[in-house]
Ligand binder design. Structure first.
Ligand code: GLA
Length: 383
């Protein structure tokens, strides 16, 4: 939707002129399930965004409206719910609630949310709505926070209000993404480096169109398993605070001393961190064969060691093999469905999309969606 159409829509619904903010979804090239282990990730913001239009009200209510998400909501800012209400507005209310907790003032507002990030596809539609809402709410109250702080605040909303124990990756890249670049983030220090995506490469994102029920429960279980891994390895080296601190030698030395499942989870995380650093260097040098190999290894590790892939994701990853222009691909995001990400030479991208869709359809009977994406800028104020 164009900014002017959104403004018109808003005026029709609420009778005033809004300010408009945009925050994108993301795709993760490599570094999966490493963010909450203080590790490394390399995502990119993509061209799908959520838009939030906002204007002040005279009372102390927060009204939240959308055309494509179901339900209109209105909350008294002085009596916000403490936990999620179980609807899409949770991402907005969660952010408002954390802003309040942190001592920021909040004025009554009308909010209009327009989301273009595919929902449930693992492209971080939730981070996009959180970040756009945070910028919108802050603008009304003259609150100025640096974008990395906005990312932290949004993550907190998702952790404490929505109740999903996610890491910082999605919110951070939604805030800080840069066109034409992937983004190597150290999730402990929050230092980051932009990694240019070589010219002529397209990010082809393939949506399996499935999302298994396991997704949320299994995510939190994986987090607990990682915490158990940290406790185990800290016995051999008390300086270990997170799986990020476990050297690969120590990991392998104790393969038999840690319960098998826990060791598998740790092995994925420790090696995925190394792969991510390696992939950032390879992408910088334009060594696409190396990047492709690392993406492939990442997928196998997520499938066999971290066990967060599923049949449809594996089929989509295999369907890319041998197609013209394909450099590398893997599942992306939390797993159990959602999308794969593929690096494909631009001139072959359209054919690649058609062929992979056909192969997937034949193998599963499901019609996939394929998006030809590029790395785009992070959140911004539009009007
Ligand atoms: C989800 C979470 C992220 C990250 C990924 C897995 O997208 O929101 O924080 O943990 O899963 O890498």
């Amino acid at each position: 939707m164009k900014t002017s159409d959104l403004a018109q829509h808003f005026e029709k619904t609420f009778g005033t002129q809004p300010r408009i903010f945009r925050a994108p979804g993301r795709v993760n090239l490599i570094g999966e399930h490493t963010d909450y282990n203080d590790g490394y990730v390399m995502p990119a913001a993509v061209g799908f965004s959520t838009y939030v239009a906002i204007a002040p009200r005279t009372d102390r209510n927060l009204a939240i409206h959308s055309e494509e998400f179901l339900g209109d909501f209105e909350f008294d800012l002085d009596h916000l719910p403490e936990k999620r209400v179980g609807a899409w507005c949770d991402y907005v209310v969660g952010v408002a609630s954390v802003l309040r907790q942190q001592g920021h003032t909040l004025a009554g507002a009308n909010l209009f949310v327009h989301g273009e990030v595919p929902i449930g596809a693992g492209l971080s539609s939730s981070a996009a709505i959180e970040v756009a809402s945070a910028l919108a709410l802050m603008s009304l109250n003259d609150t100025h926070l640096p974008l990395p702080e906005v990312a932290k605040l949004c993550r907190q909303a998702e952790n404490s209000f929505v109740g999903a124990r996610v890491g910082i990756m999605d919110q951070f890249v939604s805030c800080m993404g840069k066109a034409g670049h992937a983004f190597l983030l150290d999730c402990r220090s929050l230092e980051f480096k932009f990694v240019p995506i070589p010219a002529g490469l397209q990010l082809v994102v393939c949506n399996t169109m499935v999302r298994h029920d396991l997704a949320t429960g299994a995510y939190n279980t994986r987090r607990e398993e990682c915490e158990e891994g940290v406790r185990a390895f800290a016995k051999w080296n008390p300086a270990i605070r997170a799986l990020r601190d476990v050297p690969v030698e120590l990991l392998d030395q104790h393969a038999k001393d840690v319960p098998t499942t826990i060791w598998k989870r740790c092995s994925h995380v420790v090696r995925e961190n190394l792969r991510t650093l390696d992939a950032a260097a390879a992408l910088t040098e334009g060594n696409l064969a190396r990047v492709g190999k690392l993406m492939h290894d990442s997928h196998c590790s997520l499938r066999d060691l971290y066990e967060v892939s599923c049949r449809e994701l594996d089929i989509m990853v295999e369907a890319a093999e041998g197609l013209l222009g394909f450099c590398g691909g893997r599942m992306t995001g939390g797993g159990f469905g959602g999308c794969t990400v593929n690096l494909v030479h631009e001139e072959n991208a359209a054919d690649f999309a058609a062929h992979i869709a056909e192969r997937y359809r034949q193998a599963t009977g499901i019609n996939p969606q394929v998006y030809l994406c590029s790395a785009e800028d992070g959140a911004q104020t539009l009007t």
